[in-house]
Design a protein around this ligand. Structure first.
Ligand code: CTP
Length: 131
């Protein structure tokens, strides 16, 4: 029996890499179900982030990961509270690059920041490919 019933996490998941896999697996160790909200291309543009892999493909990739129960679309900064409530999530998880940033969600469910996998990121992959 896992501690949580349904966890939710958010991210872009561009150029899907080992850090992404390990984060999702660690969430799955904590919760029976793992919901992942994947940032839309429009939302990324708003954050000045340009994706290599289009949204439809990024959700297909995340969906294909065995421990992922459901994939949602992330379109705004504000949707987290309603996502947590509408989907009855009892855990919100982010990598610890976001440490403390979402503590306001503790009003709605537990909030955990998991350690990132060292040495890998989408940004780093993009830089390596450019060289
Ligand atoms: N993540 C992780 N370990 C890594 C990279 C990412 O645990 N080495 C986690 C992030 O903390 C986040 C989720 O994976 O909770 C999605 O991260 P995302 O921003 O899509 O990946 P990054 O590789 O960090 O992308 P970027 O370099 O564009 O910021």
């Amino acid at each position: 029996m896992k501690k949580y019933k349904r966890a939710i996490t958010y991210g872009t998941f561009d150029l899907f890499h080992i850090g992404h896999v390990r984060l999702l697996q660690r969430i799955s160790d904590l919760a029976e179900e793992v919901y992942v909200a994947v940032s839309s291309d429009e939302f990324n543009n708003l954050k000045n982030k340009v994706c290599i892999i289009p949204f439809e493909e990024r959700i297909e990739i995340v969906k294909a990961i065995g421990c992922v129960t459901k994939v949602l679309k992330e379109e705004t900064w504000e949707q987290k509270v309603s996502d947590i409530q509408d989907n009855n999530c009892d855990l919100f998880v982010m990598g610890n690059d976001w440490e403390g940033k979402f503590d306001f969600l503790k009003e709605y469910c537990d909030v955990i920041y998991l350690p990132r996998t060292a040495g890998v990121s989408t940004t780093k992959i993009k830089e390596n490919v450019k060289r």
